[in-house]
Write a protein that binds this ligand. Sequence first.
Ligand code: HEC
Length: 151
Amino acid sequence: MSHKRAGGLLIALLLAGQLFSQAAAAERSAAANYILRCAGCHGTEGKGVASAGIPTFPGYVDEFFNDEEGRLYLMHVPGVVGAGLRDDEIAEVMNYVVDRWGKPSVAVEHFTTEEVSRLRKQPVKDVVLLRYSITDRLAQEGVELPEYTWP
Ligand code: HEC
């Protein structure tokens, strides 16, 4: 191999490495934010605590992603409102949740920073009522959602 070609290859490898580590950093920060700001309630396996009104994610959480009102709801759950995260970090950690615990057979639309900003600006008076309105509507369509103990 000529020196020139070897140099080109080295640069290509360095660039690829840099891209890879950027992607890994985004992934790491979503996982780290989940552990720091979410796992205290939702658990490291996303199972929640049904008796404490913390719904389980696995196999259910994608239903909210695929519903317009559900997406508004997700941006107003208390753990997200109070997390002190930037909109881009919220998008990342929510996408992390659905990538890990959504049904693998269901395609979901990921959040973008723009959508997070827009939905967070929309006022939601009562997040519990909003969830009931979504789950009642989905139940009529035959979609089951996890038990929820809030009055
Ligand atoms: C203090 C406990 C707590 C923390 C911390 C918390 N959550 Fe939650 N989360 C809840 C509760 C309780 C609900 C149920 C919604 C409600 O009653 O308002 C919920 C609902 C959700 C839901 C919708 C699931 C459903 O079935 O309704 C998602 C998704 C979610 N949280 C994601 C997160 C993410 C992401 C974080 C971290 C940035 C987070 N939560 C931090 C308590 C928490």
